[in-house]
Structure formats: structure tokens, C-alpha cells
Design a protein around this ligand. Structure first.
Ligand SMILES: NC(=O)c1ccc[n+]([C@@H]2O[C@H](COP(=O)([O-])OP(=O)(O)OC[C@H]3O[C@@H](n4cnc5c(N)ncnc54)[C@H](O)[C@@H]3O)[C@@H](O)[C@H]2O)c1
Length: 330
């Protein structure tokens, strides 16, 4: 696999998804360079060359891309709450940072550029399951900045023939998520539950659904699109399975054997929407999600132990932000 590529750059390689990708590349015998400012990443492998630097700085990005055959651009502000509170920071990191990587990759004549985007680009989904052709109407700055990155990827592909492919992960979970952030419901919920604290649930228990995908499956998808996807294409990276928050709580409770205490914050409704990806396109490249939700939750419970660190940040939808979401662009 990835036989054409000798030296690989992973931006954000010390983070949650990036560090699993780095491990997979090392196990394929690849030479890996990581460009990361270590702002949220805490999982740097000792077997890679770290270029501690910032993707917002074009000089550092050009330096990191020298002699690189393949770029996985993973670094980003992945935190929706931060994007709501500081949209300029989010824009500079995600949109400008991606532009810098594309520009430097073009100069370096890389053989392939894989952009890790996000299912957040779809916004509030309109039909299900969500295929890659679903309209992209992000509703928070994070989704907008990830989409801006995609739009520049397409422009660099069409204008300069930069060989770009795009992956859109859904809700990724698994070991090594930054404990303070714990962005995705599964690790947030488990961190409260394993500490015997109430699980804080934003949105409607029955109507809010998500497509949770184990991190090793996302890595499988990223390697596949780097290896054999046609350039210029975009791929959903999910499990293809839809589960309600109630269903997730039931799985957590059956695995821990403990009755969860839940606190539903029902007056915050913006997070109540269905989310499930159509993964037939990535499946056509040989992708098979291999970790079921109950197995994934089981692994994570073992990994977290009895009293894991509690999440620090709040969730995206705060009451004082609702005014900003009530604008209708249609
Ligand atoms: N976690 C998810 O569920 C999820 C879902 C969809 C898409 N994504 C995307 O996956 C990617 C990785 O997310 P993650 O969950 O691993 O987050 P993460 O915060 O663990 O990883 C991001 C990494 O990028 C680094 N970084 C941040 N800003 C940087 C900068 N300016 N310069 C250099 N390095 C910088 C961080 O230090 C960190 O190591 C992001 O692009 C995110 O948008 C994540």
C-alpha cells in the first residue's frame, strides 16, 4: 500500500486522528514528518521527525513540505465551540492554513494531497443517508472554514492540477482524544459516566442521531483514498450506521453495567438533527468499517479506566449563542 510514496507529511500528526494515521504509516514502513504546533495534540510518536510549527505561517509550511511525496492535511481547529467564540482564529487555522498547505504542496510538486475535511460541511442534513452530493450549507464557523478548505482544494485541483482528494469524517471516536476537549459525544459521555457524574445531553434524546465511526476505520478510509481514489474526488468517512442518543446511552449502560444518570438540556435544540452518511462511495474502494459501536465503546471504556479526566469545554450550542443561529439564509 502507498508504494508510490516514500516521504509523507502529516499535519496535526500529534493529535487524535493524526497520531493514529502516523502509526499506520509507520507500520507500512514509511518515513513520516509531522508538522504540528502541539496546541491540542499530545500524542507525538517518537519515531517521526517533528517540525514544530504553525500551518498559519507559510514559511514553516513550505519548509515542512520540502521533498514530500504525499501530504495528509489533518491539522485544524477541530472544536466547534472555539469556532463560535473565535471565528477569526478558526478561519485562519482551517481556511488560511489549508490554503498555505495547498500552495506549498504545489511548489513541492507532491504526488498526492489528502485533505481531512468534515461532515460538518453538510450543515443541517436535508435527506438521508447523506451522500457526497448532498448540498453543503454549514451553519457554524467551523463547518464554513472546513468547507473553505475544500473549495480551495477543488480550485487547486482544477486550476493547477494539484492531485487532491478529500475525506469527510463523521463523528470520530476512540483512544487518544484530547481529554479536556472530548469533542464527540461518546468520549464526553463516558468521561462523566465513569466518574459517576450526570451525562450532560444537549438536544433531543430520541430525535438527535449521529454516525459514530471508530478512529481505526477512518484511518483505513484515509489510506484508501491516498492509495486508489481518483484525484479530485470527495469521500464520506463514516460507519453508515445511524444511532440515536438514547440508543448510545443504552449501549453505554449495557457495557458498564451501570445505570447512567442523565441531564437533558432540552431547551437547546440546535443540536437536534439526524446525521448519517452514505458510505457506498468509499466502500467501492474496498472500505469496510470493522469496529461496531458496542465493540468501540467497550474498547474505549477499557482505555479510559475508572476515573478518566473530565471534559473541560462546553458544547457548541450555548443559550447566549442562539441569536447567531436564528438567521435563515434560504
Ligand atoms: N474528531 C472528529 O470527530 C472529527 C470529525 C470530522 C473531522 N475532523 C477533522 O479531523 C482533523 C483532526 O481532528 P482531531 O479530532 O484529531 O483534532 P485534534 O485537535 O486532536 O488534532 C488537531 C491537531 O492539529 C494541531 N494543530 C492545530 N492547529 C494547528 C496549527 N495552527 N498549526 C499546526 N498544527 C496545529 C494540534 O496540535 C493537533 O495535534 C481536523 O481537521 C478535524 O477538522 C475531526
Amino acid at each position: 500500500m502507498l508504494d508510490e510514496y516514500r516521504k509523507i507529511l502529516v499535519t496535526g500528526g500529534a493529535g487524535f486522528i493524526g497520531s493514529h494515521l502516523v502509526d499506520a504509516l509507520l507500520s507500512l514502513g514509511k518515513e513520516v514528518v509531522v508538522l504540528d504546533n502541539l496546541s491540542t495534540g499530545e500524542n507525538l510518536s517518537l519515531r517521526v521527525k517533528l517540525m514544530k510549527g504553525d500551518i498559519r505561517d507559510i514559511g514553516q509550511v513550505v519548509e515542512a513540505t520540502k521533498d514530500i511525496d504525499l501530504v495528509f492535511h489533518v491539522a485544524a481547529n477541530a472544536n466547534g465551540t472555539v469556532s463560535v467564540n473565535n471565528p477569526q482564529f478558526d478561519f485562519e487555522t482551517n481556511a488560511l492554513g489549508t490554503f498555505n498547505l495547498l500552495d506549498a504542496a504545489l511548489q513541492a510538486k507532491v504526488k498526492r494531497f489528502v485533505y481531512v475535511s468534515s461532515a460538518s460541511v453538510y450543515g443541517i442534513p436535508q435527506h438521508f443517508p447523506i451522500g457526497e452530493e448532498h448540498p453543503t450549507k454549514p451553519f457554524i464557523p467551523y463547518g464554513a472554514s472546513k468547507l473553505a478548505g475544500e473549495i480551495f482544494c477543488r480550485a487547486f485541483f482544477h486550476t493547477y492540477k494539484l492531485p487532491v482528494v478529500i475525506g469527510r469524517p463523521f463523528c470520530v471516536y476512540g483512544p487518544r482524544e484530547n481529554p479536556k476537549l472530548a469533542l464527540v459525544e461518546i468520549s464526553r459521555y463516558l468521561r462523566w459516566h465513569l466518574n459517576h457524574k450526570p451525562i450532560q445531553i444537549v438536544g433531543d434524546l430520541e430525535r438527535k442521531t449521529r454516525d459514530f465511526v471508530y478512529v481505526s476505520d477512518v484511518i483505513q478510509g484515509l489510506l484508501l483514498i491516498a492509495d486508489c481514489a481518483s484525484v479530485g474526488e470527495v469521500f464520506n468517512l463514516g460507519s453508515g450506521e445511524e444511532i440515536s442518543i438514547r440508543g448510545l446511552i443504552d449501549i453505554i449502560s449495557s457495557i458498564t453495567g451501570r445505570q447512567p444518570i442523565i441531564n437533558v438540556i432540552s431547551d437547546i435544540t440546535e443540536d437536534t438533527y439526524r446525521l448519517v452518511g452514505d458510505i457506498s462511495k468509499i466502500k467501492s474502494l474496498g472500505y469496510t468499517p470493522s469496529i461496531s459501536l458496542s465493540d468501540g465503546v467497550k474498547h474505549l471504556v477499557e482505555e479510559l479506566g475508572e476515573h478518566p479526566q473530565l471534559p473541560k469545554g462546553s458544547t457548541i450550542f450555548k443559550r447566549d449563542q442562539q441569536m447567531r443561529f436564528s438567521i435563515n439564509f434560504d
